[in-house]
Design a protein around this ligand. Structure first.
Ligand code: DGL
Length: 270
């Protein structure tokens, strides 16, 4: 199995991309919803949660670990790699480089959690892109939570209002000089708000998330470890096991509406 985790349901956006590319692999997904959101917690808390979840996934013999969370990657990937040498560990980080390459106006907006934007890892990433584009950073307090609530209630009113406030604060979107023509979704929850962001930023703005980059990196690492599952029958699909430390109905609703998964999620307490 490939282990995947996030603070909640956001990592399902990464799981979706992984399953599209690796349909015959088995996955185990953990949503740490009882301890979400990570984005407004301190690093020690996020590191402790990431360690507990990783230890569980390692005890289930995963062949790779995907941190489907930008916030946990920034805070904890170095700790997890030191603790589990030999295990391929793939993290998620805001797609600044692809966005800078895509942008024609040279103005890129970045939506992420407050703690991702404050992390040393993110600051180093920004520094590596100096001169390639101008970045407008927006800490989106409460947005991941609003996405979780909307997945459960299927009511989008609060989420639409939050997206409107955020894009309005960020400035002007479009393809004219001085406008942001590219928007980085730097939290794995945000692709699930893309349908509400699109009318706010207009049809020509490119939305860039991390699912594909994480998937490419996962395939690369599994290939070099010779650990990709051979696929004799191209029609066969792997199993997906869903676990949550919180309410299973939220994970179940999101997995079935976003990924068409009928796997029942189980509670997991640690
Ligand atoms: N999905 C997470 C990320 O990619 C964070 C959401 C949260 O718990 O604040 O950063």
């Amino acid at each position: 199995m490939i282990g995947v985790f996030d603070s909640g349901i956001g990592g399902l956006s990464v799981l979706k991309a992984l399953r599209e590319r690796l349909p015959h692999e088995d996955f185990i997904y953990i949503a740490d919803s009882a301890h979400a959101p990570y984005g407004q917690r301190d690093d020690d808390y996020v590191v402790a949660r990431a360690r507990a979840i990783s230890q569980y996934l390692v005890s289930r013999n995963v062949k790779a670990l995907v941190i489907a969370c930008n916030t946990a990657t920034a805070a904890a990937i170095h700790v997890l790699r030191a603790e589990h040498p030999g295990l391929p560990i793939i993290g998620a980080e805001p797609a600044l480089k692809p966005a800078a390459l895509l942008s024609k106006t040279g103005n890129v907006g970045i939506m992420a959690t407050r703690s991702t934007l404050a992390s040393a890892k993110f600051r180093a990433l920004m520094a590596s892109q100096t001169g390639f584009a101008s970045f407008t950073l927006e800490p989106c307090d409460g947005l991941a939570d609003a996405i979780e609530r909307s997945a459960k209630s299927r009511d989008s009113a609060e989420l639409i209002a939050a997206c409107a406030r955020i894009t309005c604060r960020m400035g002007s979107f479009g393809t004219q000089k001085g406008q942001m023509d590219t928007l980085v979704l730097g939290c794995t929850h945000y692709p699930f708000a893309a349908a509400h962001l699109r009318p706010l930023v207009g049809p020509d703005v490119q939305l860039v998330d991390t699912g594909e980059a994480v998937t490419r990196q996962t395939v690369r690492q599994l290939e070099s470890a010779d650990a990709l599952r051979p696929c004799p029958d191209p029609a066969s699909t792997g199993l997906v096991s869903l676990f949550t430390t919180g309410q299973s109905d939220t994970l179940h609703a999101a997995a079935s509406s976003w990924l068409g998964l009928s796997a029942t999620s189980k509670m997991l307490l640690f």
